[in-house]
Design a protein around this ligand. Structure first.
Ligand code: HEM
Length: 442
């Protein structure tokens, strides 16, 4: 019997097959005696068999390396996300920098930029409510609907660039391109500056990545300051002349009592959108394409009935959540699933595991487009911090797969042992390569 997960075993999945990668086989053996380490790259590229074990035996598990309390049970994850009073989003992990790097960050920001403030994903009420009320107005479903024609153009021009080749690294040529173009456009960045924007986006991710060394961290902050200067100028421009993009809408958004975002808040939110809207959607797109490439029947069914595409996307999102887990800080001593967690502990809510909780989803490792409750997955979080961009991401994914199925047929993995490469990460789940072959036409 496991002592609240302290002795849960490793997943033993080195060199896993495609079936195993998706967790569709039920018979994966664990290596006795090896504790699960969420920092282990082998675990990160295939955490699913270990989730089964955690869900059955240790819904709250203390990671031996980070000391984070990892919660996997669906109901517990949802309850934590709904309780901002006991579980704070101010953890110093994704927002304002804390710990030994704070002094470096403060010096660079004082000399070259403006301070970073905690907003949205790293904020708590009451500020969170204020920021969110403005951002929700900007990211409305109606706004996304209005963007559909434009998203279709971005998707078409992206596919045009490789369609004649019959083979492509879909990750690099499509999944990484569509979301970055859309976010750049929405931030008012012209296509001629796309390479610079991409550099800012990579630096934004490096700034919050604990595995960067001091030189990389310093460089990431300097690059961040460069992007701040750019967006200060853009905000001033839009203040005088509003434009048809999300950044301009944010500059002008007003709460019911007439309050607007300060420049510093606006910069922090712009930075967060660059991080939040990019890699997540990229990972969702490549995971869903991998499913499709491995399953010719699925391609046939979706082509015969395109109305099934949204259900296909939800099921892909449920099974391979691009953000596997995020953080909360316990503001007081708490008890979760019978485990006592002391105040100030860092808790990781593991959305990707909760999505495979068998008490919520029958046969949770099966891919089933007919699943009636697939949309109840926690891939976009839950509660007050529920993803701002979920409608945009769903819109992008739907249009990409509608277009792919119309323009490409017989999609299959390239016959190359390195066609699929997974990228290990503590919080994200996704690929860094997906080489597919296909024929042109439906
Ligand atoms: C498939 C793609 C995406 C996934 C899987 C995803 C996932 C998530 C998750 C799990 C959260 C909850 C954070 C928490 O509870 O601490 C979140 C929040 C957020 N997401 Fe997304 N996201 C995606 C796309 C986007 C896009 C396209 C944007 C914007 C362009 C975006 C912007 C945000 C923002 C600003 C928050 C913070 C909300 C708050 O704290 O109130 N996301 N996202």
């Amino acid at each position: 019997v496991l002592n609240n997960g302290q002795e849960v075993l490793g997943n033993g999945l080195r060199g896993a097959s495609a079936q195993q990668r998706h967790g569709r086989t039920g018979d994966i053996r664990m290596n006795a005696g090896e504790p699960i380490q969420f920092t282990d790259p082998d675990f990160q590229t295939c955490p699913f068999p270990a989730y089964r074990r955690l869900l059955a035996e240790a819904p709250v598990y203390r990671d031996p390396v980070t000391g984070h309390y990892v919660v996997t049970q669906y109901d517990a994850v949802k309850q934590i996300a709904a309780d901002a009073q006991r579980f704070s989003n101010r953890c110093g992990i994704l927002g304002e920098i804390e710990g030994p790097r704070k002094a470096i960050a403060d010096r660079i920001l004082a000399e070259h930029g403006l301070p970073i403030v905690d907003v949205l994903v790293s904020g708590d009420p009451p500020e969170h409510r204020f920021h969110r009320s403005l951002i929700d107005k900007v990211f409305s479903l109606a706004r996304v609907r209005k963007m559909e024609g434009y998203i279709q153009l971005v998707v078409d021009e992206t596919i045009d660039a490789f369609i004649e080749r019959g083979t492509v690294d879909f990750f690099a040529a499509a999944a990484k391109i569509v979301p970055v173009k859309i976010i750049a456009d929405q931030m008012g960045v012209p296509r001629s500056d796309l390479a610079t924007f991409r550099r800012w986006s990579d630096a934004a991710v490096a700034r919050i990545d604990p595995s960067t060394d001091q030189a990389q961290f310093t460089q990431a902050l300097l690059t961040y300051c460069e992007s701040q200067r750019y967006f200060v100028q853009k905000a001033q421009e839009y203040r005088l002349r509003p434009a048809d993009c999300l950044l301009s809408d944010m500059v002008h958004a007003e709460s019911d009592d007439g309050k607007k975002l300060s420049l510093i808040e606006l910069l922090a939110i712009a930075q967060l959108l660059i991080i939040a809207g990019n890699e997540t959607t990229t990972n969702a797109m490549s995971s869903a394409m991998l499913r499709l490439a491995e399953d010719p029947d699925l391609q046939g069914r979706l082509r015969a009935d395109p109305a099934l595409i949204p259900a296909f996307i939800e099921e892909a999102l449920r099974l391979e959540a691009p953000i596997q887990g995020l953080f909360r800080r316990a503001t007081q001593d708490v008890e979760v699933c019978g485990t006592k967690i002391p105040a100030e502990s860092i808790i990781m809510v593991r959305w990707g595991a909760a999505n495979r909780d068998p008490t919520k989803f029958a046969h949770p490792d099966d891919f089933d487009c007919q699943r009636t409750n697939a949309r109840q997955h926690l891939t976009f979080g839950a509660g007050a911090h529920f993803c701002v961009g979920s409608q945009l991401a769903r819109g992008e994914l739907r249009i990409v797969f509608e277009t792919v199925l119309k323009r490409m047929r017989n999609i299959r993995l390239a016959k190359d042992s390195s066609a699929v490469v997974h990228k290990p990460s503590y919080i994200n789940y996704g690929l860094s390569k997906l080489q597919i072959d296909f024929e042109v036409g439906a």
